[in-house]
Design a protein around this ligand. Structure first.
Ligand code: 5AD
Ligand code: SF4
Length: 449
């Protein structure tokens, strides 16, 4: 590949569009893909229809993500026939699944590039081969290596930013495919993380979200624990707001709670997936905590930070989950009163331990359970929002509100979205807002200063 190739990309004003499925880790990977393509001279397209290159960054945590991907890629067949120069790439977690890259390549011969979560740095060569030689690149099941530093990032969400602190997962929850498609845990060096957060603060970003599949087990091979890293980010980077996710209840330590409570720039928000309210189900899920231990953790968090916002993930319809066990999950939700919950129907993932378990639950029962859970949780969220009316909150102004025309929106320290009238030049600033109204999923407010 030579410089002429980059000139050619620029001269032809080639532009890309990325479709991202799944979690924040994937969102952040897409920012890196956008960074690599931008360094090659490509621009961001206004939409998919006008793009010269379309990238699908996939997720495979649940089966419906897969069905959606096949539908969306299939829909491009006609477009590729009409515009043969269009480059179509598919990447991410799903491409690490056994046999999936090959299956996709065979089903859709018009895809130019396929690669997994750990081959992103080879993207320039793949694009070169596609444009200059009309060659296809399919990278299958590449072993996971060390985390690669210095991949350029083109960020989407100023004044918010994502920084990945580790990759992979060692937990093997019995329902989950992530350890198979993201590999074993690898932690970035603390100094590299501090440097990145510092440069984001200098560039005007006001908030950072530290990302990892299980941030509390950060540190393997670095002699730094997660609470130590968090303390360094809070004190050495100048970042105004720090959040992190996801935390595994088995790894939350008293040190972490103490560091969170100590620093004002660490947001009082904890995402603590419980998955089920029943001990027997938790054991079958290989979660390695009991509900008594989980509740004790919540007590310690609330004791140290009474206003700490709590959110969770729940799976209903795990194999063998009885009506009584589902009621235990309902009771837990009632007791904890989460500010947010991501609720999922169990989805069978090939290759995981739970996929082989007997007593898979019928779709009908799963549907009835999720409907009840979601409805109750929505009411709890609304009740929690109503309690916020009249309070004074620090809000980081993020941009124009999608829900409330003419207003701006931003998040409180505890992560609640607030809409309020405010001048656009306050975007990126932390302002003080009085909450005037609680809606079902957001708050309304007025600017005090
Ligand atoms: N089925 C349903 N939900 C799942 N999750 C992970 N694997 C599955 C599965 N097979 C959920 C868990 C996890 C979140 C990211 O996705 O709740 O915390
Ligand atoms: Fe999946 Fe469990 Fe790892 Fe989370 S901790 S990514 S649910 S295996």
């Amino acid at each position: 590949m030579n410089k002429d190739f980059f000139h050619k990309i620029k001269e032809n004003k080639l532009c890309f569009h990325i479709e991202t499925y799944g979690c924040q880790m994937n969102e952040h990977d897409s920012e890196k893909i956008a960074g690599i393509l931008s360094e090659m001279g490509m621009e961001k397209a206004a939409d998919m229809e006008t793009a010269d290159m379309i990238v699908f960054n996939t997720c495979c945590v649940r089966e419906n993500a897969e069905l959606k991907l096949f539908g969306n890629v299939g829909a491009l067949k006609k477009e590729k026939r009409r515009r043969p120069s269009l480059i179509i790439a598919v990447c991410g977690c799903m491409m690490q699944e056994d046999g999936m890259a090959r299956k996709l390549a065979q089903t859709f011969p018009f895809i130019d590039i396929i690669f997994g979560t750990n081959s992103m740095q080879e993207l320039p060569q793949m694009v070169y081969a596609a444009i200059e030689h009309g060659e296809r690149t399919i990278i299958e099941n590449k072993p996971f290596g060390a985390i690669i530093e210095d991949i350029p990032v083109r960020r989407n969400s100023a004044p918010l930013s994502y920084v990945s602190i580790m990759q992979g997962c060692n937990n093997f929850c019995s329902y989950c495919i992530v350890p198979y498609v993201r590999g074993r845990e690898r932690s970035r060096k603390p100094d590299d993380i501090i440097k990145e957060v510092k440069s984001l603060a200098c560039a005007g970003y006001s908030e950072v979200m530290l990302l990892g599949q299980n941030v509390n087990s950060y540190g393997l091979g670095t002699d730094t624990t997660f609470p130590e890293l968090l303390e360094r980010v809070a004190t050495e980077t100048g970042m105004q707001r720090i959040r992190f996710m996801t935390s595994h209840p088995k790894d939350i330590s008293p040190e972490l709670i103490a560091v969170m409570a100590k620093y004002d720039n660490i947001c009082k928000q904890l995402h603590l997936p419980v998955q089920s309210g029943a001990d027997r189900v938790l054991e079958k899920m290989n979660r390695r905590y009991t509900i008594a231990r989980y509740k004790e953790l919540i007590r310690l968090v609330r004791e140290a930070m009474p206003d700490c916002s709590l959110s969770t993930d729940i799976i209903v319809g795990f194999p063998g989950e009885t009506d009584e066990e589902f009621e235990e999950t309902m009771a837990l939700m009632e007791e904890i009163r989460y500010d947010a919950a991501y609720m999922f129907v169990y989805s069978k993932r090939k290759g995981t331990v739970a996929a082989e378990m007997e007593d898979q639950i019928s779709d009908e029962v799963k549907k009835a359970r999720i409907t009840r859970l979601v409805n109750r949780q929505n009411d709890i969220m609304y009740e929690n929002n109503l309690k916020k009316v009249g309070t004074i909150q620090k809000v980081l102004v993020e941009g124009r509100s999608k829900r409330s025309v003419g207003d701006l929106c931003g998040r409180t320290d505890c992560g609640r979205m607030v809409n309020f009238p405010c001048e656009e030049d306050l975007i990126g600033k932390i302002v003080t807002v009085r909450i005037t109204e609680g809606k079902r999923s957001t708050l309304m407010g007025e600017l005090i200063k």
